[in-house]
Write a protein that binds this ligand. Structure first.
Ligand code: HEM
Ligand code: HEM
Length: 158
């Protein structure tokens, strides 16, 4: 599997660990649960990058065929998983702002805000690409994806 696959798993692990460590016996705070759910949806879609790059790089024809047919099965869900991620993250942001206000001095708030903008870019380029594909839009979707991944890592690790 490509290095993206492992990077995704590590990031999911860190996110779950942070959310658990910020929870108490009375349960997981709802704003963190929304953040975690959004992160899972984003990273599920980002795994497409890992699958595509494995298909490109593996010399094993059987692996190529297996991954390509798996990827085909997931295509119809991709757009809705991405859009749902955005809806969940908007809820996460509303709950966070309700709780702390616009807390610009806080690195987690600031990084979250920028990550949110990258997610809007990701979903927008995704829909534009689906409606009328072009090489430029494909590139934009992938570059937004890279930015989104690293911003998300900063947001979750801070
Ligand atoms: C793709 C977008 C986003 C994802 C996947 C995401 C995910 C998460 C996750 C998993 C956490 C819990 C982990 C931790 O605290 O280290 C978290 C916390 C937090 N997020 Fe986000 N987030 C996103 C966007 C945003 C946005 C847009 C904002 C602000 C407007 C924001 C503000 C915060 C804040 C302030 C916390 C810390 C809350 C606390 O400790 O009580 N996030 N986020
Ligand atoms: C969290 C949000 C999203 C992430 C992380 C994501 C990630 C990706 C990745 C990694 C690819 C493969 C890149 C390549 O072409 O080599 C891809 C392809 C694509 N994405 Fe997204 N995407 C997201 C949301 C969306 C949304 C909301 C749509 C809306 C329609 C969309 C539409 C597409 C299309 C049409 C393709 C090309 C078709 C295909 O690969 O089968 N994406 N996306």
């Amino acid at each position: 599997m490509s290095k993206w696959f492992y990077a995704n798993i590590v990031l999911v692990g860190i996110a779950i660990w942070h959310v658990i460590s910020k929870s108490s016996f009375s349960g997981v705070p709802i704003h963190l649960l929304a953040g975690l759910l959004g992160a899972l949806f984003v990273l599920f879609n980002w795994t497409r990058q890992a699958v595509f790059s494995t298909i490109r790089n593996t010399p094993d024809r059987n692996v190529k065929i297996k991954l390509a047919s798996l990827s085909k099965k997931i295509v119809p869900y991709h757009r809705w998983v991405g859009t749902l991620a955005l809806v969940i993250i908007i809820i996460h942001a509303i709950l966070v702002i309700h709780l702390y206000g616009f807390y610009w001095e806080n690195p987690t708030f600031l990084s979250g805000f920028v990550t949110g903008i990258a997610l809007v870019g990701m979903v927008t380029t995704g829909w534009l690409r689906l409606i009328k594909p072009s090489v430029k839009k494909r590139r934009a979707h992938i570059y937004f994806g890279m930015a989104l991944f690293f911003l998300l890592a900063i947001h979750i690790i801070l």
